[in-house]
Write a protein that binds this ligand. Structure first.
Ligand SMILES: Cc1ncc(C[n+]2csc(CCOP(=O)(O)OP(=O)(O)O)c2C)c(N)n1
Length: 388
């Protein structure tokens, strides 16, 4: 007797279940909805008992660093208008992501930032003047990456994903439990380096957390023109990497999800991918006009989901933040910005000839020639100034 398709469909439920192997992809997929622990008004949501809330003192520190971070960001934008900074990519609106991410890792872990992460770096405790050195037009990143376990801010999109995989693999290979946290934007997840980095990390179980800040735009390219994936977090499954989505304007949820992702990586279970849904409130940089590609009503809608206000409302309601504490943090933020202004207004002494240092261990003949050309031009300019 032959078995017809109809007969297979009629088979008992027990037989059918036994014939279906478990789907290994299921455990890798993110939840369909982003994790959210506070609603946009700051009211706690009782829906996610699987993500324990971080302790109150950690949340107070998260709030403090977010307020300082926002003030830093506003000051940096002002410095571009005063000619003290060549360019600045603001992360206003992304404070929950920027600050929670660095609170989720240890000082001994490594952070791999992009140009968008100046706020994250100051939240990590790096001197703000050092953080802005590159954007001021100097040739180096301003800080010693090895000393602060933070790579230089990457402008070439997604290259940091490969660096993070290599560093994390190297650290694990040497028996250390260092985790690498790689920031990346939504647009950059279309770059080859993102895919190569996450694939390498998955194959070698390198302890990397890939943290995608989906701020809806890659300069003027909206997410809808960037990907057909249901969400960017789904990009993990093809590489065997578990992932999660989170409301990126909910500071409590971002910290809870990233804390778990970091624990996963540190426990030797390999990389983890987190996608935070957030919004870039400012233009791509001060050199961009965002009104040419997005609508003011959209920006206003996101203003209502402000992460700083959301956390402040929640902490006040919980009784762990009051007027005096809020005023004290605001005062700290003003002092921080004033110090940054003063130091950024000091004329930096830069030696144009240092541009040629450290390009190669042995300078090429072309570099030697170009260096000589610049040296002669500088000397001539000095002579002219002397004559005048
Ligand atoms: C390899 C590479 N291609 C193109 C660019 C030019 N570029 C700079 S920023 C940017 C958009 C990136 O958007 P996204 O990854 O979403 O990050 P966001 O700027 O929104 O933080 C582009 C295309 C670049 N820096 N590097």
């Amino acid at each position: 007797m032959t078995t017809t398709p109809q007969a297979v469909r009629r088979a008992s439920p027990r037989t059918r279940r036994a014939a279906t192997p478990p789907d290994p992809a299921r455990s890798l997929l993110p939840d369909a909805e982003p994790v959210r622990l506070l609603d946009p008004s700051g009211t706690p949501l009782p829906t996610r008992t699987d993500y324990p809330e971080p302790p109150a003192e950690v949340l107070r520190e998260l709030y403090r660093r977010m307020v300082l971070g926002r003030r830093f960001d506003t000051q940096a934008t002002a410095l571009t208008k005063q000619g003290r900074l060549a360019v600045y990519p603001s992360s206003r609106g992304q404070e929950a992501c920027q600050v929670a991410a660095v609170l989720a890792v240890r000082d001994t872990d490594w952070v791999f930032p992009t140009y968008r992460e100046s706020m994250a770096l100051v939240a990590r405790g790096i001197d703000p003047v050092e953080v802005l050195t590159l954007l001021r037009g100097d040739w180096h990143c301003g800080y010693n990456p090895a000393a602060v376990r933070t790579a230089p801010q990457c402008t070439p999109l997604a290259t940091q994903c490969v660096h993070a995989a290599g560093l994390a693999h190297g650290e694990a290979y040497q028996g250390r439990d260092t985790v690498a946290l790689a920031f990346i934007g939504d647009g950059a997840t279309s770059e080859g380096d993102f895919h190569e980095g996450i694939n390498f990390a998955a194959v070698f179980k390198a302890p990397v957390v890939y943290f995608v800040q989906n701020n809806r735009y890659a300069i003027s390219v909206p997410l809808s023109r960037q990907t057909a994936a249901p969400s960017l977090a789904y990009k993990g499954v093809g590489y065997g990497v578990p992932s999660e989505q989170v409301d990126g304007n909910d500071p409590v949820a971002v910290l809870a999800v990233l804390t778990r992702a970091v624990e996963h990586a540190r426990a030797g279970k390999g990389p983890f991918l987190v996608e935070a849904h957030t919004y870039r409130m400012e233009p791509h940089t001060n050199a961009d006009d965002a009104s040419r590609y997005r609508d003011g009503a959209e920006v206003d809608a996101w203003r209502d989901r402000d992460p700083v206000t959301r956390l402040e409302t929640y902490l006040r309601a919980r009784g762990v933040l009051d007027d005096a504490a809020v005023a004290e943090v605001a005062e700290q933020a003003e002092a921080y910005a004033a110090d940054l202004r003063t130091r950024m207004n000091e004329q930096p002494t830069v030696d144009p000839l240092s541009l040629f240092d450290h390009v190669y261990a042995e300078p090429t003949p072309q570099l030697v020639e170009q260096r000589e050309q610049v040296r002669a031009e500088l000397a001539a300019a000095r002579d002219e100034e002397g004559d005048a």
